[in-house]
Ligand binder design. Structure first.
Ligand code: NAP
Length: 321
């Protein structure tokens, strides 16, 4: 079956906060705009429990905020293509090409807003027990741990926020951090310290995740984690029912690696207009090199990227006259 070829001014890859914001700004700038995502729209915040630092909403569920973003974007008429398996992206061709299983998108500009995904611990047992006690999403899986004990790994905002969220279900949440000071915002750390269900384990790294043998009650599921104190080298085993690693993010750049400039960690390098190294290519949100990865900065990046995509198209037309 021949794939349908679609022509646009801008193809936005990713339907999270950055992509949806870019969609609003692109559509309002009268650009013909497609937003393509491999899953449903919403991005990472859809999996966050609560968000307290997005302006105008002192407290809102992550999923609810994502829905509001999508509703807002719908108002201005960007064409949305969720659940598209992207086969290839060519940022150097003219027009630029994005091919999915169903369509070929050809556009003057591309905005890369595919975000970032959870970084793995890369320790024995992590892969084996993913979905059977190892989870990267407290909102999705927290309810499975009612009256159980879980370990959260990490010392950033995600670890502390999601650790607090897990106390709604679990009877005990260990937050295990490799240092004795947190990267997370002080207000969150204070809240976690005041929570009687949370116990901090400092200066400690996980070495291995254990599970019960697959036969019998609770078989095949996580039942412990081996820890090492990095100051004393003492190795201990903590009996727990679940492990939530929140140790940072890695950019979702597999489709564009090698086509544009990236930093040492793979994040896309942009200027202040969100322009990437290839003309007509922009990047917004968690996927780019940025000092702050927040919903509010992703939304801002999206606005800037679409504004300068529109200017790029305008200038290309003028220079062709
Ligand atoms: P992060 O800020 O990069 O923190 C990662 C944490 O994991 C750090 O404490 C780090 O320790 C630890 N870590 C890294 N690799 C490890 C390993 N192999 N073993 C053990 N520990 C390890 O990541 P994040 O908390 O996922 O947050 C990512 C970004 O999203 C941040 O910019 C954050 O502010 C943002 N965020 C925003 C919101 C929001 O907008 N409401 C919510 C959540 C997160 P060290 O401290 O020693 O490096």
């Amino acid at each position: 079956m021949d794939k349908k070829v679609l022509e646009y001014d801008v193809t936005i890859l990713g339907g999270g906060p950055a992509g949806l914001s870019a969609g609003v700004y692109a559509a309002r700038a009268a650009l013909k705009c497609a937003i393509v995502d491999i899953t449903m729209f919403g991005g990472q915040p859809s999996n966050y429990a609560d968000i307290e630092n997005y302006m105008g909403f002192p407290e809102i569920g992550g999923f609810e905020l994502s829905e509001k973003f999508e509703e807002h974007c719908n108002k201005f008429g960007a064409d949305k293509y969720p659940m598209q398996e992207i086969v290839s992206v060519d940022l150097t061709s003219n027009p630029k090409t994005v091919e999915t299983q169903e369509y070929i998108f050809k556009s003057k500009t591309v905005i890369l807003a595919m975000g970032a995904g959870p970084k793995k611990l890369d320790i024995p047992g992590e892969k084996e027990y993913t979905g059977r006690g190892v989870s990267y999403c407290a909102v999705c899986d927290g309810a499975f741990y009612k009256d159980k004990e879980v370990a959260v790994i990490g010392g950033g905002n995600t670890a502390v926020e999601e650790g607090i969220y897990l106390t709604r279900f679990a009877k005990k949440v260990y937050i295990i951090h490799r240092r004795d000071t947190f990267r997370a915002d002080k207000i969150l750390v204070k809240r976690a310290e005041e929570n009687p269900k949370i116990e901090f384990i400092y200066d400690t790294i996980p070495l291995e995740i254990h599970g019960a043998p697959s036969e019998g009650i609770g078989g095949g599921k996580v039942n412990g984690i081996v820890l090492k104190n990095v100051k004393t080298d003492k190795v201990t085993t903590l009996n727990i029912d679940g492990v939530f690693p929140f140790v940072g993010v890695i950019p979702n750049t597999e489709l564009v690696n090698g086509q544009i400039k990236q930093d040492a960690y793979g994040f896309i390098v942009t200027d202040e207009r969100m322009a990437a190294s290839e003309p007509g290519v922009f990047a917004a949100g968690d996927i780019r090199t940025t000092p702050l990865r927040q919903v509010i900065t992703a939304v801002s990046d999206g606005a800037v990227s679409a504004t300068y995509a529109a200017k790029y198209i305008e200038e290309s037309i003028l220079s062709a006259v």
